[in-house]
Ligand binder design. Structure first.
Ligand code: NAP
Ligand code: MG
Length: 480
């Protein structure tokens, strides 16, 4: 059985705890690897290694061009190893192989995009008083901590680390205990392409211990966290105690608004994929489908038919949905479905299990509910599973009101061919990203992404992420 170590100061080492955490495949609930169960000493060593790399190590001496080239080399290396990485990602998370393949390519793309951008974050000069010259420097924070979830380990590794490294920070990552093998494998590739010791440090373990120790470390300068709102709150409290900044991405209950003039044929695959992709375990899943009442009876059967044709299989069967990440997640999703049925909400359709499914896997059928009352938990809470709630609306005004009434605000989709309405509704959405006549759950490395309200704050992806991982210093020269 493969045993993975922590990566600290350019070396693979055991945790001083001498304890391990089992890694199991959600497809069959079988243990197939072991990772380190890191303790506070490991966290301290990882942070210290990053500190030295940032302050005085080889990493601190690289130019922006050199950092960019290293990131691009890592991107190439990921692509060269994409088949092996996709197999591991699929087995570790339970997701269908085609999704894992797309994730690996996205991970490589993060390193390519930020590799190319590393030397393109330029400063600014500001007209001030006569005899003065003012310029703005953008400087890295120092040591940045990164805590990522289990739903897209390879993508999150790239999304979180690539912009931080491009700006010259030294990083410490704690991936999720339930899926962290591709982050470890890609770290080996980073080692192989020549990242200097301490630039990247990865420690595995339990969130409540290693994750909490890392976010509470008083020698980090910034935190990037993706996960649940509950843990996001703890991370923000830790950041506040140390007077440092953080980016929080905490999920959503993203709506898709379908108006009566929408091209439903074009919309259908997007509407279904937005909730089925990765078994609905996507922060930006389109989990609420708002449909105008005048076309409700026409559109809903078309969506129901699509849902009833969806199949669920193991990662290697490569069907529409794989297993969910854990028994806990499966039970959580099933409890939402049971409570919806108990409260009398109509199940409009569900998919099918493949006949030869491994018995012990964490499988849940994609399920379509509607009409779902606006105040029901299915219309408000993040299920994080393949459950789509249809909510009817009468007017544009009501659609906007429903779309904005959850605690979350991450992404929205607007489906209409009326150009004025497209812009009006998009501007009215209280969230960080709006797709018009399209939807890209998790897509688009170039597109700034992030939330408002309980979905978190700060921006990842695009150039915005580079600005999160640095701060400005204003230089004021008197040249009289
Ligand atoms: P979670 O506990 O918030 O996990 C996210 C990350 O935080 C993991 O790396 C986790 O490590 C770590 N962590 C856990 N407790 C911590 C602490 N006290 N201090 C610092 N880090 C800590 O999320 P979950 O339990 O895996 O999932 C619960 C729910 O969160 C899901 O049902 C879903 O609704 C939501 N979620 C959202 C996203 C998203 O993309 N926004 C992703 C995942 C989950 P361990 O995994 O080792 O505990
Ligand atoms: Mg957890």
């Amino acid at each position: 059985m493969e045993e993975f170590k922590n990566y600290i100061n350019g070396e693979w080492i055991h945790s001083t705890s001498k304890q391990f955490v089992d890694v199991l495949s959600p497809s069959d609930n079988k243990v197939f690897a072991k990772i380190q169960n890191s303790n506070s000493e490991d966290v301290h060593n990882a942070v210290n290694s990053a500190r030295v790399a940032f302050e005085s190590g080889e990493w601190s001496k690289l130019t922006a061009v050199d950092r960019g080239r290293l990131l691009c080399k890592l991107s190439d290396k990921i692509l060269k190893n994409k088949d092996e990485l996709a197999d591991i990602e699929a087995k570790d998370t339970g997701k269908p192989l085609k999704q894992a393949k797309a994730d690996i390519i996205a991970s490589a793309r993060y390193f390519e995009f930020y590799g190319g951008a590393a030397d393109k974050v330029h400063g600014q000069t500001i007209p001030f008083m006569n005899d003065y010259f003012v310029s703005i420097l953008r400087e890295p924070h120092g040591v940045t901590a990164h805590i990522i979830p289990w739903n897209y380990p390879a993508q999150m590794f790239g999304r979180s680390l690539a912009p931080a490294l491009a700006m010259g920070n030294a990083v410490v990552m704690k991936p999720a205990e339930e899926a962290c093998l591709t982050p470890l494998k890609i770290t080996q590739l980073a080692h192989d392409v020549g990242f200097p010791p301490g630039a990247i440090n990865v420690i595995t373990g339990i969130g409540e211990q290693a994750g909490a120790d890392l976010s509470n470390s008083n020698d980090i300068n910034f935190i990037s966290f993706t996960g649940s709102p509950e843990v996001g709150t703890l991370v923000q409290i830790a950041a506040a105690k140390n007077h440092i900044g953080c980016v929080l991405e905490l999920g959503g209950k993203s709506p898709q608004l379908v108006f009566e003039d929408a091209n439903i044929e074009a919309a259908l695959p997007f509407l279904v994929n937005a909730i089925v992709q990765n078994g609905g375990q996507t922060c930006s899943a389109g989990s609420r489908l708002l449909i105008q009442k005048s076309v409700y009876d026409k559109f809903v059967p078309m969506i129901a038919e699509k849902f009833s044709n969806l199949t669920v299989g193991s990662h290697s069967m490569d069907r529409d949905c794989g297993a969910l990440i854990s028994l806990k997640q499966k039970d959580r999703v099933l409890s939402f479905i049971d409570r919806a049925l108990d409260s009398g909400i109509k199940k409009l359709a569900s998919g099918k299990f493949s006949s030869d499914l491994p018995e012990e896997g964490f499988y849940v059928l994609p399920t379509l509910f509607g009409p779902v009352p606006r105040d029901h938990e299915l219309a408000k809470d993040e299920v994080f599973g393949p459950v789509l709630s249809i909510i009817p609306f009468e007017s544009e005004e009501e659609a906007i009101e429903i779309a904005n009434e959850t605690d979350y605000g991450l992404v929205a989709g607007v489906w209409t061919n009326d150009g004025s309405r497209q812009l009006r509704v998009a501007k009215a959405m209280n969230c960080g990203q709006v797709f018009i006549n399209g939807y890209g759950a998790g897509g688009g490395i170039e597109l700034p992404f992030g939330g408002v309200k309980k979905s978190g704050h700060g921006r990842e992806k695009g150039f915005e992420a580079l600005y999160e991982f640095c701060s400005t210093k204003t230089l004021v020269f008197n040249h009289k």
